[in-house]
Ligand binder design. Structure first.
Ligand code: NAD
Ligand code: UFG
Length: 333
């Protein structure tokens, strides 16, 4: 039984990963400052798994507290979710993104080094493929950033690469997530952004529950079969399971490796809308709106590396993802 520290473990992807870790018998401590989550989620995790994870309520930017925590924690490995993640907001307040995401990660890595814990799985993003690569995106492609959020992911990958090059006793895995959606099938944990959601599925969920009038489909004149953008949507529980496989892989890794976590299949905005209609049992109103700045027509993963190195593959289809999102939405209005 290992002691795994999960930074950002109260958030959307982190909470699902804590569930999977605990169900696999690991001991978990959630390190979170709740800047984008609620402590109640830890009770929900306990309802699902029978165990409430330990909590370290710490801001990763508080260097002293992070060092003090790791000096005592006897951590075997870290999964690092904590960070700010809204692309649009990162363009408005870039310094807050650089400060939180980069300072937080630097403090974390240095505190880990001081405590002799050198195994880490990092939440990166498909955004590091930029807007010039053809699909499917493979790990060897050149990377680029198109906004400050994306730059923080690229810069952190660079930090990890340099750290591993200088000292190969580190095992560092960057997981490049595509578009995580859905919720735990229990309906106890899921994604509940404050205010009007930026992302497609949380927005559709609010239309389905009647909190928003209609979906704005951002552009139907892209060069895709139905004219709307294509993304690789992945069930958050599949994604969470990928982290357990990545931890196992890290046990054998000397150095740094980046791995895509996606399904390898793309779905259009209209396909997602129709799947959600099936899940909630009614037609959902939408209007075709202008294109959204910065959207890339097609993004989906090449998944061979995850299969080969992590022995992991996504299992859920789009309808299951929408059903689980709807189940969570109904239970949490
Ligand atoms: P989330 O906002 O739900 O979770 C992030 C958690 O980190 C929150 O609980 C927040 O309170 C915590 N946190 C943030 N800054 C912190 C700090 N300085 N100290 C301590 N805790 C802090 O986000 P999520 O959707 O679960 O995403 C998790 C990670 O995955 C993020 O790094 C995100 O950039 C990355 N990612 C997410 C997506 C996505 O579509 N959700 C896609 C690609 C990558
Ligand atoms: N969309 C709409 N209407 C909406 C919201 C979204 O039509 O109300 C469309 C978008 O234009 C896009 C698709 O739905 O074509 C998906 O949009 P999301 O905002 O859900 O997801 P993105 O692919 O734009 O962005 C996500 C994460 C980013 C991450 C990126 C790449 O939010 O953090 O994937 O991994 F950088």
């Amino acid at each position: 039984m290992a002691h795994i520290i999960v930074t950002g473990g109260a958030g959307f992807i982190g909470s699902h990963t804590v569930v999977e870790l605990q169900q696999a018998g690991e001991t978990v401590t959630v390190l979170d400052n709740f800047c984008n989550s609620n402590p109640e989620v830890l009770g929900r995790i306990a309802e699902i798994t029978g165990t409430k994870p330990a909590l370290a309520e710490i801001d990763l930017c508080d260097r002293e507290k992070v060092f003090a925590f790791f000096a005592d924690a006897k951590a075997d490995a870290v999964i690092h979710f904590a960070g700010l993640k809204a692309v649009g907001e990162s363009c408005k307040i870039p310094l807050r993104y650089y400060s939180n995401n980069l300072t937080g990660t630097l403090n974390l890595l240095e505190a880990m080094a001081a405590a002799g814990c050198k195994k880490l799985v990092f939440s990166s993003s498909a955004t590091v493929y930029g807007d010039r690569n053809p699909v499917p995106f493979t790990e060897g492609m050149p990377t680029a950033a198109t906004n400050p959020y994306g730059w923080t992911k690229l810069m952190i990958e660079q930090m990890l690469m340099d750290t591993a090059a200088a000292d190969p006793s580190w095992s560092l895995v960057a997981l490049r997530y595509f578009n995580p959606i859905g919720a735990h099938p229990s309906g106890l944990i899921g994604e509940s952004p404050n205010g009007i959601p930026n992302n497609l599925v949380p927005y559709i969920a609010k239309v389905a529950i009647g909190e928003l009038d209609h979906l704005n489909v951002f552009g139907d004149d892209y060069d895709t079969p139905d004219g709307t953008c294509i993304r690789d949507y992945i069930h958050v529980v599949d994604l969470a399971k990928g982290h357990l496989c990545a931890l196992r892989y890290a046990d054998t890794l000397a150095g740094f490796k980046e791995v895509n976590l996606g399904t390898g299949h793309g779905s259009s905005v209209m396909e997602v809308l129709h799947a959600y209609e099936k899940a909630c049992g009614r037609e959902l109103p939408y209007v075709i709106a202008p294109r959204r700045d910065g959207d890339i027509p097609r993004m989906y993963a090449q998944t061979d590396r995850a299969k080969e190195l992590l022995h992991w593959e996504a299992e859920s289809d789009l309808l299951t993802m929408c059903r689980d999102s709807w189940n969570f939405t109904k239970k949490n209005v």
